[in-house]
Design a protein around this ligand. Structure first.
Ligand code: NAD
Length: 339
């Protein structure tokens, strides 16, 4: 009996349709059954169905527990923000690493797991003007999402024998970042076998560039995670090939819902032209396979994709001559050889 998993597929805009076809081709090469339940979050359908389409998406993702999301146009609303709020996705895990053979301006190896609190910080409050001469916004840090993110980071460290660095500006932002560091230290106490240190965030940015090998799992508040992710992706030369897990937890700190997506957008300039690089969505699928417990398969999908890139089998954005379809066919064939 082939193991069967239900997966919600959140369809989007632009290159989303090509990426979805690529995912179905890879899924067909796996020795398991991924049963996709599609929900159409394209701008056209969001405008036509309004709140009802999000109700459908939330119901589907809650039911299947795991979802793959394709890029969506941010217009009247950001579907990512709506889903984050509605599904209580409080933590984002973004692995960022240099891929041998993929060109980068940075001549060092980098392998970071960024664990970011997905809510609060300065991002939940757009702020307000005080007359014409000033402006103010709130910065919010809550114990619950910090605890969830810290537990996730330390569990990941335990499983992978890595160390955790928590990073903030607690010397200046004494209340908010102070609470964050206190919670991180409390959680660290529950994982005595995991090494933990703290770095001030400005120092961390410099050190990641100068000595990337010193950092493995980095736990950060919302906006710091946003800045660090893009800097790390830039260093790794892979702004277009990063993937993330967006996670919601139950009261026992177990992942309740996990939504996986690519970091890039809808790429309107190349949509429908068979030019999209499906690497990021393949890496998102690999993370999804880990999440459902198919660790070996997740590793194989990632390994096959990265090995082909290393061998020079690449789409145009990475200087190669493959199309979306030919790259996908190459990864599917490689999976066939390995599985
Ligand atoms: P983008 O990531 O779509 O495109 C930036 C550049 O990178 C373009 O030249 C594009 O062709 C290229 N690119 C991106 N992904 C690629 C891929 N897989 N293969 C090859 N090339 C790729 O960013 P943008 O142009 O700023 O945004 C376009 C739309 O996407 C906007 O509406 C934005 O709101 C949305 N967006 C959505 C998400 C998401 O849903 N997660 C994330 C970012 C942007």
């Amino acid at each position: 009996m082939r193991p069967t998993y239900q997966v919600t597929e959140l369809l989007g805009d632009g290159i989303g349709a090509e990426l979805s076809r690529a995912i179905h081709e890879l899924a067909a090469a796996l020795p398991i059954d991924l049963q996709f339940r599609a929900v159409d979050l394209s701008l056209e359908n969001r405008r036509a169905r309004k709140a009802a389409i999000y109700d459908e998406a939330v119901e589907a993702v809650t039911g299947t527990g795991v979802a793959l999301k394709y890029p969506t146009i941010t217009a009247e609303e950001s579907p990512n923000q709506v889903l984050r709020r509605r599904l209580d996705l409080s933590v984002i895990h973004r692995p960022v690493y240099t891929i041998p053979g993929v060109p980068t301006n940075f001549r060092r190896e980098l392998d970071l797991d960024i664990v970011r609190i997905a809510t609060g910080g300065t991002y939940d409050d757009p702020g307000r003007m005080i007359g014409d001469g000033g402006a103010v916004s709130l910065r919010i840090v809550e114990r619950r999402p910090v605890t969830e993110a810290a537990r996730y980071a330390f569990n990941l460290a335990r499983k992978t024998s890595k160390k955790v660095t928590s990073s903030s500006k607690h010397t200046i932002q004494k209340a908010t970042d102070g609470l964050f560091e206190r919670v991180a230290t409390e959680v660290a106490g529950q994982f005595p076998e995991v090494a933990h240190n703290t770095e001030l965030f400005d120092a961390l940015l410099g050190k990641v560039i100068m000595a990337p090998e010193k950092f493995q799992i980095v736990l950060v508040l919302n906006e710091y995670g946003d800045f660090l992710s893009d800097m790390a992706c830039g260093l790794a030369g892979s702004l277009g090939i990063g993937a993330s897990a967006n996670l919601a937890f139950d009261a026992a700190a177990v992942v309740r819902v996990a939504l996986f997506d690519a970091a890039h957008g809808t790429a309107p300039d190349i949509a429908g032209q068979n030019k999209a690089n499906p690497t990021a969505i393949f890496l998102a699928l690999s993370m999804l396979l880990y999440q459902v417990g198919e660790i070996e398969l997740g590793r194989t999908v990632k390994g096959a994709t990265l090995d082909l890139l290393r061998e020079g089998v690449r789409t145009g954005d990475l200087g190669g001559k493959e199309t979306t379809e030919s790259f996908t066919a190459a990864v599917a064939a490689e999976l066939g050889r390995r599985l």
